[in-house]
Design a protein around this ligand. Structure first.
Ligand code: BYC
Length: 332
């Protein structure tokens, strides 16, 4: 399965590792968790900051496409559910920023890199949500893909990341169910509603497949990340599992996956399916997707609009710290 994976840049064989690096790799191979104060190779730390940081940014930017529909939910119940889901995404972002901070980076630094394009977030959030059926497709497919990727990450080697993932996964499965519930309502509703559900599936299918990252032969980080157990599965393995899980769910809804090549392959025990258009994927992650500019603009605005509050909080913190240092003088 891994035969197609490319060697990651700078990846060392055991003979090339220093004694410290070998001891670290042995800990990983024994399945031990690495904690923030433990010695770690600089590449391990950097890879984690990149992946956890991008993951955190994805949760925060991921609030935007669904936030767009909170005020237009079709009932009070649907509104309350969607509101809770979007709030959960904010929470996930916060757990993940906290996990990244244990590696010695500041949240301000991560934010600055998101805002000036030096850090990425998931490609999926650069696609627009055009109508209510898209809330169903996002929950069903996007959260479904997210869970497929995140369940194995509960066993990732870095302790704070793995513990954050345990809680996130519990909440994500509720998110996926709420999306599927919207899809059921629409697919079993009027012919117009069913048509909307099919159209949302058509638009979100390939972007959801792209969430797992490029195919293994183009995934530059996989080999090293898997050796360090930062990643547990390859991108193609998870994409295959997602397709195999989702096709029967689409059948139950009476909807068709927009792929003429989709066919059960008895020999491999999974579906054959068409690859997404990888040139589109690489354009989207370069910043040229349908909504990239709008998403970053919204995040920058939120960051600058909140500056007065962060300044106030920091000033209050400094005052409290001064008071704590001079308790007697303060009492007099
Ligand atoms: N989008 O060597 P590769 C959610 C980049 S949010 C953008 O395979 P890696 C949710 C990759 O960063 C879900 N960029 O990389 C929230 C690298 O570029 P750099 C977010 C992508 O890291 C709200 C280059 O392509 N989940 O659940 O080994 C509402 C080469 O790729 C993408 C996570 O972040 C992409 N899709 O594997 C609803 C999970 N794919 O950094 C839902 C944690 C690849 O060298 N992350 N790139 O410039 C991971 O598991 C891995 O980072 C990935 C990529 C599988 C995504």
């Amino acid at each position: 399965m891994y035969a197609q994976m490319v060697k990651s840049e700078g990846m060392k064989s055991r003979e090339e590792m220093s004694p410290e690096e070998q001891a670290f790799q042995d800990r990983i191979d024994r399945g031990e968790k690495i904690e923030p104060k433990d010695w770690m190779p600089e590449g391990y730390r950097k890879t984690l900051v990149r992946q956890i940081g991008q993951h955190a940014h994805s949760e925060i930017v991921g609030q935007l496409p669904e936030g767009n529909w909170i005020t237009r939910a079709p009932s009070l119940e649907r509104k309350a559910i969607l509101l809770a889901k979007v709030q959960d995404e904010a929470g996930h972002g916060l757990y993940l920023y906290s996990a990244a901070e244990t590696l010695g980076v500041s949240r301000d630094d991560l934010m600055e890199k998101l805002h000036d394009g030096r850090m990425k977030y998931s490609s999926i959030f650069n696609y627009p949500t055009l109508n209510w059926a898209d809330m169903g497709a996002v929950g069903w497919l996007v959260d479904g893909a997210a869970i497929m990727n995140q369940v194995p990450l509960q066993r990732t080697s870095f302790g704070p990341y793995s513990r954050a993932m345990i809680r996130i996964c519990k909440e994500e499965s509720f998110h996926q169910r709420q999306g599927y519930s919207i899809m059921m309502k629409m697919a079993f509703g009027t012919p117009e509603q069913k048509e909307m559900a099919q159209d949302a599936l058509n638009r979100f299918w390939y972007p959801s497949l792209m969430m797992f990252g490029p195919s293994d032969k183009d995934s530059v980080h996989s080999a090293q990340s898997m050796a360090w157990k930062i990643k547990i599965n390859t991108n193609d393995e998870l994409r295959q599992k997602f397709v195999d899980q989702t096709v029967p769910q689409a059948k139950y809804l009476g909807l068709s996956i927009p792929d003429e090549n989709l066919a059960w392959n008895e020999e491999k025990g999974g579906y054959d399916f068409s690859e997404p258009d990888w040139s589109e994927f690489f354009e989207v992650i370069k910043g040229n997707g349908p909504c990239n500019r709008e998403r970053i603009e919204a995040r920058r605005k939120a960051w600058y609009d909140g500056e007065w509050f962060r300044d106030g909080l920091a000033a209050h913190g400094e005052k409290e710290a001064r008071r704590a240092k001079a308790p007697v003088a303060a009492a007099e």
